[in-house]
Design a binder for this molecule. Sequence first.
Ligand SMILES: O=C(O)CCC(=O)C(=O)O
Ligand SMILES: [Fe+2]
Length: 139
Amino acid sequence: MRVVAPTLLSYEEGGHYVPHYDYLDVPPNPMDYDSWMRHLGNRMATLFLILQRAAEGGGTIFPYLSLTVQPEPGDAMLWFNMNVDGSRDDGTLHGGCPIRAGNKLAMTLWIREKGQELRVKCPRFPNQMRFDLTSLSLG
Ligand SMILES: O=C(O)CCC(=O)C(=O)O
Ligand SMILES: [Fe+2]
């Protein structure tokens, strides 16, 4: 799996993560890419593992999807940040809601696109515009 080192997130009361895209903005000219982007590509998908949930608050919100997820410890969320043509999926804006009580501990793995090209469905078929989750290799 093409991932960069996991990020550990530790939130205390009042802690939050403002809404953002995990997909990185890239310069129009590939010559201007940094070496991460050149070698690994963009953050195709995000694997988010909850280690400890807050007593109150602290869900993960996807405002454009009208969705707030409050996973239990040990749960993982996997979502794709890109469309099959490599562009950003604008629906993936997300953030960590403020912690109202307790602590939240989580781990994020950003899965990069290079090396995963054969694990996505062919964009030529318009009814298959999304990545096929079952074919993504995590091994
Ligand atoms: O803590 C959360 O719920 C969101 C974390 C996040 O968006 C990230 O690590 O990229
Ligand atoms: Fe994020």
